[in-house]
Design a protein around this ligand. Structure first.
Ligand code: ZN
Ligand code: ZN
Length: 356
């Protein structure tokens, strides 16, 4: 079973080829189908901003490390008891790459993101097929294509970010970073009653994309003074909600100064392991009462992400599609930033038996 995997640990951006990380196709054994499991023929797997961090060894250094957690596909086989959510062979599906066991204390305590068995079904999805537990699998609405369906997982992250903002209708909202999570969060926050909706992003195409999908203002943090612009937009009051979707140590430092008194700042990306940010407690927590939080994974968000998917505009995130054989090139294009999102076609399923 061909799977895209990290084959050498190292930064994929390292200019020195001898130490640079590598991604390539590896043959992994097929997974067994348990009684509550679902075998899915993968149609599409999108490259995530976190995938290059895996190449750097963030979650372990034993290669090969299989990649891919943003997938869509078609059900090929169901375990004998995998019928509780009405899934059928031939269904077009997407899902959560994590299985929350439901049995451990965090699961029973409303904190599935800290499930103690979270890795049990975390399998590489940039692959010809994958076996998931039925609780991970969601049937796609008819109006959502398989290509759009692979964006269910990143959409669930945008929903979870929105949950953590605890936005009130009318709150002023700023998003830093116009990659896929930032763009999806923009659309989700726009539907949540955000005002003065602002995207901070250095790449012009991504700022323009944000303007097409609900941003009222865009700021180029390199060419413009973002604090002066934020003052101008918010009448000097700052933003009630500030979301970082950039993961960039350079970008996140200044975000606290864009927040209004009593505001919430969500660090909604993955950050370099060793990166530390100074925090003046007197200023930001005592005098300004800011709430700072983050997002690890997205529990309880998939059913709502599924509801939203047909209503979001996703086409600009599905323009760059590469064949499984060309995974290495797909990662190079992802790193170039030329497209906001790069997708790998793991099997050509749209032609088959009326599936689209
Ligand atoms: Zn992701
Ligand atoms: Zn659990």
């Amino acid at each position: 079973m061909r799977t895209v995997a990290v084959t050498k640990i190292g930064s994929l951006r390292d200019p020195d080829e001898s130490s640079r990380g590598r991604v390539g196709l590896v043959d992994f054994p097929e997974q067994e189908l348990g009684p509550e499991d679902v075998r899915i023929r993968v149609a599409y797997a999108a490259i995530c901003g976190s995938d290059p961090h895996l190449a750097e060894g963030f979650f372990g250094t034993d290669v090969p490390i299989g990649l891919g957690h943003e997938i869509s596909g078609v059900i090929e086989e169901l375990g004998e008891r995998a019928h509780r959510n009405g899934l059928q062979v031939g269904d077009r599906v997407a899902g959560n790459f994590l299985r929350f066991c439901g049995t451990c204390r965090p699961c029973q305590d409303g904190r599935q993101q800290f499930c103690e068995n979270i890795q049990d079904y975390n399998r590489p999805g940039m692959s010809e097929q994958i076996v998931w537990h039925e609780s991970q699998v969601y049937k796609l609405p008819d109006e959502v294509s398989l290509l759009q369906g692979c964006l269910l997982e990143p959409t669930s992250v945008a929903v979870r970010i929105a949950d953590k903002t605890r936005i009130r209708v009318g709150d002023r909202v700023l998003i830093c970073g116009g990659g896929p999570i930032g763009q999806l969060a923009l659309q989700v926050m726009g539907r949540n009653g955000a005002t003065s909706l602002t995207m901070v992003e250095p790449i012009a195409e991504r700022r323009e994309m944000a303007m097409r999908h609900g941003a009222k203002h865009v700021i180029d943090p390199i060419a413009e003074d973002q604090y002066a612009r934020a003052d101008e937009i918010t009448g000097g009051r700052g933003y009630d909600v500030v979301i970082d979707a950039s993961g960039s140590p350079r970008a996140v430092k200044g975000l606290l100064d864009l927040a209004a008194k009593g505001g919430t700042v969500i660090y909604g990306a993955m950050y370099p392991e060793k990166f530390e940010m100074p925090l003046n407690l007197s200023d930001y927590l005592y005098l300004r009462e800011l709430t700072l939080t983050g997002v690890f994974v997205s529990p309880y968000a998939f059913p709502r992400a599924l509801q939203l998917l047909p209503e979001l505009s996703l086409d600009e995130l599905t323009q760059a599609v590469f064949a499984l054989e060309d995974a290495e090139e797909a990662f190079a294009v992802h790193l170039s930033g030329r497209y906001p999102k790069v997708v790998i076609r793991c099997n050509d399923l749209e032609g088959a038996e009326g599936i689209r």
